[in-house]
Design a protein around this ligand. Structure first.
Ligand code: TYM
Length: 334
């Protein structure tokens, strides 16, 4: 059976972008693959975090993983910082990656441009090697992510090829070369306020995203105030009508109905009616998830699952880490 790894940062409450681009894929994939789903808290500290809040968000994300339907009997669910191999592997990977490669990452360029190079942590630059470590430690064949992670996956593949070539003996591969898997529909959910930029959980304008824990009234309001255009025609045309196209793809992801079918159903109708129905569709999608989430958050079950997850993860991750150390000559004994 092939292996899957993916992670989400506990840097805020996940948005429906995280759900549609990542979590929704996870639920289906857990039935067909050996899956590892991680709460990547070490990634979250590349930017300043309030310690109490970070801990809360980490637990909250774990509860959401379960609430959306991830099953600990089928998938290993764990917290990154509870498996020390991640930080160790990241060091080895950094030492086999050039600064030039890291400076080319668009996420780094965007964030460091905003705050200046002296205003961002070194971890922001070396974040992709930590992500490479996550993936290779579990011998992942496939990595389901949203479109914004594509470049990091390319870096991962380059690293694996280079590492295997440099340190593998007699064509024996040390690390598994992973493939990226991006959702066919909804790989890039856009902001409700600026449909030309990605919906993000760290957006300072809360009207731009729908958080998975937003209340029904808030969800309806945010959708009502989503930016569209003045044509009043409901059609999928991301280039010329990014706002309504984004809403159509959210509608499709929330209901499972194809975009064409939804657009046809609203032919001749106004944006108002469309937005009202979309609001209800998103509320219907999130209500049962939120109910399960609140029950899980106060249960002991959650901690048991995370303890077991970390234990299972350590077994696999430590083996790969040892293989990496052996290959490059760290320590006294293979
Ligand atoms: P993060 O926490 O920013 O996002 C988690 C997942 O959600 C996807 N995503 C989106 N998909 C569609 N539309 C959006 N607007 C949207 N916003 C976010 C992301 O692509 C991602 O799949 N570096 C990663 C976390 C990570 C990881 C890994 C992922 C760390 N190690 C190893 C895969 C494998 C990140 O910051 O995701």
């Amino acid at each position: 059976m092939e292996t899957i790894f993916s992670g989400i940062q506990p840097s805020g409450i996940p948005t429906i972008g995280n759900y549609i681009g990542a979590m929704k894929q996870f639920i289906e994939l857990q039935n067909h693959y050996n899956c590892y789903f991680c709460i990547v808290d070490e990634h979250a500290i590349t930017v300043p975090q309030d310690p109490l809040k970070l801990r809360q968000q980490t637990r909250s994300l774990a509860a959401l993983y379960l609430a959306v339907g991830l099953d600990p009997e089928k998938a290993t669910i764990f917290i990154q910082s509870e498996v020390s191999a991640h930080a160790e592997a990241a060091w080895i990977i950094q030492c086999n990656t050039t600064i030039g490669e890291l400076e080319r990452m668009t996420q780094f360029k965007d964030k460091s441009q905003k705050n200046g190079r002296t205003g961002v942590s070194a971890g922001l630059l070396t974040y992709p090697p930590l992500m490479v470590g996550d993936i290779v430690l579990y011998n992942a064949n496939l990595v389901p992510v949203g479109d914004d992670q594509k470049q990091h996956l390319e870096l991962t593949r380059d690293f694996v090829e280079r590492f295997n070539k440099r340190y593998g003996q007699a064509n024996q591969e040390i690390l598994v070369l992973p493939e990226v898997k991006i959702a066919e529909q909804g790989g890039r959910v856009m902001s409700l306020q600026d449909p030309t930029s990605k919906m993000s959980k760290s957006d300072s304008n809360a009207k731009g995203f729908i958080s998975m824990l937003d209340e029904a009234t808030v969800i309806r309001k945010k959708i009502k105030s989503a930016v569209t255009d003045s044509t009043g025609i409901i059609e999928y045309d991301p280039e010329n009508k990014p706002g309504i196209s984004n809403l159509l793809s959210i509608f499709s992801a929330a209901t499972g109905r194809p975009i064409d079918e939804i657009a046809a159903a609203y032919e001749g109708k106004g944006y108002g009616e469309f937005k009202t129905d979309l609001g209800e569709a998103v509320v219907d999608l999130l209500a049962p998830i939120q109910e399960r989430y609140h029950a899980l958050l106060v249960s002991d079950e959650l901690d048991d699952i995370l303890d077991r997850g970390a234990e299972q993860a350590r077994l696999v991750a430590n083996k790969t880490l040892q293989r990496m150390k052996n290959a490059i000559g760290l320590g006294r004994k293979p």
